[in-house]
Design a protein around this ligand. Structure first.
Ligand code: ZN
Length: 228
């Protein structure tokens, strides 16, 4: 790499935040142009979407991230994730992350199996958001295990992919839930706690930034800058 004259100079200031990644949380994105405007603004500002798996690999030194990475996660599994989000991201070759509540597959307003397959074909990551979306801090041990393990098994069976990350329903977890997520074989989990995901943080409590498609693009960019 050409670093003429750089010598042992200190890295640029931006290096102080290397490895920090904003993970955005979306629910329904509807059909209004709000989502597309946000994505266009992210792109113009130099952001590039990556998957959680790629972030994870970069934290382990196994993959590089673009200079301004961002993860776009979509919770539950709504039809608009296919019709609006996947279409908008596909035009840029950007991946999304679908946090699928497994029992929403194929229901009215949910995603079909064929739609999920198409999203996987676009490079999306498919993670588990449980089978039935209970507050996992309120269920018994057997139900907890089933929500974590059977959802992952169903995703593997239906789509032939391994869900390496779990997304807590309602963002709710406690020490027992996080231990069960780890025991079920997940590498990490996303919450509703606000902030940037950092390589040295608790990987079973990855913070995110919740975004509405009504958020003005400039406000979204300001929030990303403030969060860092
Ligand atoms: Zn949810």
């Amino acid at each position: 790499m050409a670093l003429a004259g750089a010598g042992a100079a200190a890295p640029p200031a931006a290096a102080a935040t290397v490895g920090e990644v904003p993970i955005l949380t979306y629910h329904r994105v509807g059909s209004s142009p709000g989502f597309a405007r946000q994505v266009a603004a992210l792109e113009r500002s130099g952001y590039r979407a990556v998957t959680l798996g790629r972030v994870w690999q970069s934290w382990r030194g196994e993959a590089a991230l673009p200079p301004r990475p961002v993860v776009l996660t979509f919770d539950d599994g709504y039809l608009s994730h296919y019709r609006t989000a996947a279409r908008t991201l596909r035009a840029r070759g950007w991946p999304g992350v679908l946090n699928l509540q497994v029992d929403r597959l194929g229901v009215a307003g949910g995603l079909t199996r064929a739609q999920v397959r198409r999203m996987l074909g676009d490079g999306w990551e498919l993670d588990s958001h449980s089978l039935t979306h209970p507050d996992l801090t309120e269920v018994g041990r057997e139900r907890l295990r089933r929500e974590l393990v059977a959802s992952r098994d169903a995703i593997a069976r239906e789509f032939g992919v391994t869900s390496n990350f779990f997304c807590f329903p309602y963002g709710r977890s406690d020490a027992a839930v996080r231990a069960a997520v780890r025991a079920a074989g997940y590498l990490g989990a996303t919450t509703t706690r606000r902030g940037l995901a950092k390589p040295g943080g608790d990987r079973f409590a990855l913070p995110r930034l919740s975004v509405s498609t009504r958020t003005k693009p400039a406000a979204l960019l300001r929030r990303l800058r403030r969060a860092s």
